[in-house]
Design a binder for this molecule. Sequence first.
Ligand code: CDP
Ligand code: MG
Length: 756
Amino acid sequence: EEGQTQKAAGLSKHKKKKRSGDEEDDDNKYDFVFEEEQIDFVCVDTNKGYDNRKKRQSKKDEESVKAIEEGGDALEMRPATKHEKILEGRKKLPVYPYRDDFLMALKDHQVLVLVGETGSGKTTQIPQYLHEVGYSELGKIGCTQPRRVAAMSVATRVAEEMNVRVGHEVGYSIRFENCTSKKTVIQYMTDGMLLREFLTEPDLKSYSALIIDEAHERTLHTDILFGLVKDVARFRNDLKLIISSATLDAEKFSKYFDDASIFMIPGRMYPVDIYYTIAPEADYVDASIVTVLQIHISQPLDGDILVFLTGQEEIETANEILAHRTKVLGSKIAELVLCPIYANLPSEQQAKIFEKTPKGARKVVLATNIAETSLTIDGIKYVIDTGFNKETSFNAKTGMESLMVMPISQAAANQRAGRAGRTQPGKCFRLFTAYSFQNELDPNTTPEILRTNMCNVVLMLKSLGIDNLLAFDFMDAPPPETLIRALEQLYALGALNDRGELTKIGRRMAEFPLDPMLSKLRTELDRSPHNVILMVCSPLSPGKTVIVSEKYQCVSEVLSTVSMLSIGTSVFYRPKEKKVHADTARLNFARGGGGDHISLLRCYREWAETDFSPQWCFENFVQVRNMRKARDVREQLEGLCERVEVDHTMSDPDNIEAILKAITAGFFYNTARLGKSGDYETVKQRRAVYIHPSSVLAKEEPLPAWVVYFELAFTSKEFMRQVAPIEPQWLVEIAPHFYQESDVQDSKTKKMPKSK
Ligand code: CDP
Ligand code: MG
């Protein structure tokens, strides 16, 4: 089974303790939580924030607040309405006193770099200011966000401030969800979405102003946008461009945008005391839970807690354990309001983190690094920083991208600490040692572009007509080998011809949003135990599969299969007490052959035939929630097929070979052959790989000689997950740029292996 991880070990320890605790009486539990498990911290330094600037600013600030109060006299006779209160709140934000200065500066400069501490009002206020003075009459005001959650929540907030419905004057567009209309004048969107808009509107003429927000995050999409908007701004003098960042290293942005002026919003930061653990912590999830309770017991109730974890799985685990423990402690402690927040949390639940903490309770926000800069939660006084983050990294040599838990940078740690001092002096508890901070953390976070697979970006740039990638104006150019690797992959996938030009298939692939597929994949990756490394070979593979399926006349089947793959193994559940039943149900889908891919397809098809019945899911040990997700992805893909003119109704349900050929056309990198020893090795790179025990092929006799797999998971071994049998000669037929006859010939006899 998948790795016995450190974290898992730590958690099972918890569960055991919890269980034995259940038998004891309550008093013992109290001791157990707070004495046996105390973590010793030492306060080493204080993060003084922007203290000096605060002084300079405060006078002006007071004046403006006074002015507002004077002007607001007429309202004093009756209690303020909710909306009036919101408007008052707007005026108290650090950016407010600088509104006119900013608008003036923007009049004089086409490009501005805007710098202000998180929470100062850049994201929510600046677009409104532009709207208020009439920019929206010239075109939309666009504002990009690296994260979907931020785009949604910020749009909702701004709509509320403007007293309109989200989707009307204020909207957002993220992958899988377009919440805008003809009326929309302020549009929040992910950076990836704006990037896609270049495909249909290369001069972005529907916009009068663009805010590239959270620029300091340096996501891949933001970095590419820099190059593109810089270019557009050169020939569109009427387009205003604001590069907005929460950190002070604005000089780099300014320099890149031809020495653009920098506009600073002085922050209101209170000092934050930084505590480190005396000894390293073996299990940071465990340690964070203990620290939450420790703070809750020992510190006054007037401040909420923000915990930085790395992903959904960890957050859910921490949430569960904390909920259980506080329940056990009952009225011995004040109430803890637990608020998880991560990218895929349903939006209704996301709103909860912004709700006011009830009297006599304390809020605990369990967040990914989404709360580092893109979301501001008021009232946070304590930050618990695990020191980790989930990051992609790309190995140009193997061509594989992985997502893994990595230590954060010193800059990120300081940013996280700053979250504690927004409204009052705060405390930050780092779950690592001062030594580790000084000696083991990198000073700055590496921009994503330097650690990612460039495949889809290169394809997108090519389809925008940017042929010479080496000449593209990158802020930090990716290493040439990464670019070359991407060109090679695109050539092998048939997206580029041998002169490096976009082919017809490549043009269609560029239309396919592969980042959403990937982001779905990421969701799945996100759910896996934190020290499992998963590798998905090329982000373009699913799209290629869909496009090619037209040729094999099985588009409908492939759409279902790919949608199910993008949701991952979490479709099936296996309750402890019913393992045998669950396994039987699962193997039923495998009947008739075709491995995991076709099993997933059968599962989807049967569910569709019952008219998407939840009862059917229940009976077949299938997670209805995940099935619905797959259905959503499938609908999206169908829509895309229409746009790219792939006939998605084309269907031949029983032609397994055709379906597997289409899969192979996208995933031909991910192939392995059975060796003499009874183990598999990958065809090109010859690494030893194993069929994951969860695969329907795991116990097959005899094992298929050749397989294609969806992804590799690294735990104790390199496991192939989602595996299907293929015929070796398909490889030469389908991917002639990549496989030669010699690759698929039996090494001994030099003859083509016989097919069934
Ligand atoms: O972009 P920046 O970090 O400078 O600040 P912002 O996101 O514009 O947030 C300004 C203020 O708006 C925050 O301090 C929150 O009080 C409030 N806000 C909110 O209540 N709900 C949101 N979804 C976003 C912001
Ligand atoms: Mg912001």
